[in-house]
Design a binder for this molecule. Structure first.
Ligand code: AMP
Length: 420
């Protein structure tokens, strides 16, 4: 018996019918991001493991349990990228993109890999579109880039989105908040889930991110970063919010918003869709002012986000993606077949999307195929028509038919398709 193979768990094919949405997301991203001055960067699918462990954080879920890490043939430890920012920062430093110094704006798109428990909206190979801005601490960038993201979602036709925003503080104020949180939680350790008991020691802020009800209850009254921000972080956050107001962007301040990656400083945000189930975050990002330095570059503040394409695709309405052919040609008999071969080539040379039957089927069956393709016009050619140098042109919407000269097909079709 032959083996039937299946795609592995949490990994999926994107088939015609669905792929049009993905192409639409990619095309729109290029248009919108380029308008805001971003250039594309293609980063590798895999990197030295340290690129991710150093940046994302040794004690995050991603690094502790979700990375696809393997030794290559020379024994080096490599990892399939679980996100894009670390690679972009690595490339930024490696290629001295900060030299000459100016603001650098980059975007990327492609697959990411995390060994998470698969469920609706959560995959092991998933896709992100992300952007990174290097070289300014100015809160105008935070607001401008969030504004760009929302404009992008608007262009995709997405509705009922919520921007949640927080400021996670910096090296100066976050340690004080961490102490206060530990103090608050130290008598509640038994109420925390097993994972969060470990997080208590290693990465207590992550406890806010836990989905378990007991952890949620235990942190209900917990102190938040709000009371601990230093003056600099406070003023940066206020300015960011003011600039959002100037752009008329509504937001919800969520002082318990922490992200799954450790490199964030100051601004952190997520875009939540009300139209999705539990995995309802469709994009997230923030500021990471220390990461370039950690990669050996000069002090370079930075800001970025990543969009989850799989979840975003779910929210895009099936638009009139016009990938279907406009014209179907029915050939009846061998002579007509020969003619159709040339005719189709001619139409395609003139940018007309045309399909045909390759099996020599009956008229009825060819018309059925034309209907299935959803074409606007069908051209029918048989011996009778050929003798007169004519073809039958059928308008599929009203089933009206007319005879036209074979030589005029390209001209007439071009005109008719442009008309509607
Ligand atoms: P992150 O890189 O974790 O900040 O995630 C940014 C966005 O990527 C999230 O808001 C999700 O939309 C998407 N995302 C993250 N992990 C997954 C996953 N395992 N499957 C599908 N989408 C994901």
């Amino acid at each position: 018996m032959t083996t039937k193979y299946q795609a592995i768990k949490g990994v999926k094919d994107i088939l015609p019918g669905e792929i049009e949405k993905w192409q639409f997301m990619e095309k729109t991203a290029r248009e919108v991001f380029e308008l805001y001055g971003f250039s594309e960067i293609r980063i590798p699918i895999f990197e030295m493991t340290a690129v991710f462990t150093r940046s994302i954080g040794e004690t995050t879920d991603i690094v502790e349990k979700e990375m696809y890490t393997f030794p290559d043939r020379s024994g080096d430890s490599l990892t399939l990228r679980p996100e894009g920012t670390a690679s972009v920062v690595r490339a930024y430093v490696e290629h001295n993109l900060y030299n000459p110094p100016s603001v650098v704006k980059l975007y990327y798109m492609g697959p990411m890999f995390r060994c998470e428990r698969p469920q609706a909206g959560r995959y092991r190979q998933f896709y992100q579109i992300g952007v990174e801005v290097f070289g300014t601490e100015n809160p105008e960038i935070d607001a401008e880039v969030i504004g760009m993201l929302l404009k992008y979602f608007e262009k995709l036709g997405l509705k009922e989105l919520e921007l949640q925003i927080n400021s996670l503080g910096c090296d100066e104020c976050r340690p004080k908040f961490r102490e206060a949180l530990l103090e608050f939680l130290k008598n509640k350790i038994n109420l925390l889930c097993e994972d969060c008991q470990k997080r208590f020691e290693r990465n207590p802020l992550r406890i806010f991110d836990c989905k378990s009800v007991s952890c949620h209850d235990a942190t209900k009254e917990a102190p938040t970063i709000e009371g601990y921000r230093c003056d600099n972080c406070k003023s940066h956050f206020n300015s960011t919010i003011n600039f959002l107001d100037k752009l008329n962007i509504p937001y919800v301040k969520n002082p318990k918003l922490v992200r799954g990656l450790d490199y964030y400083t100051k601004t952190a945000f997520e875009i939540i869709s009300k139209g999705l189930g539990s995995q309802n975050a469709i994009a997230g990002g923030g500021r990471y002012d220390k990461l370039v330095e950690e990669f050996g570059g000069p002090p370079t503040p930075a800001f970025g986000f990543a969009i989850g394409m799989d979840r975003t695709a779910q929210l895009i309405q099936p638009l009139a993606f016009s990938l279907q052919p406009s014209v179907f040609i029915v050939a009846l008999g061998e002579r007509a077949n020969q003619k159709v071969f040339e005719l189709i080539n001619n139409l395609r040379q003139n940018e007309i999307r045309v399909e045909r039957d390759y099996e020599g089927s009956s008229l009825k069956s060819q018309l059925r195929k034309a209907n299935k393709f959803g074409v606007r016009y069908t051209i029918i050619i048989g011996d009778n028509e050929l003798d007169k140098d004519k073809v039958i042109l059928r308008d599929m919407s009203g089933s009206r038919q007319e005879e036209i000269d074979i030589e005029t097909i390209v001209e007439i079709m071009t005109k008719k398709l442009r008309e509607r």
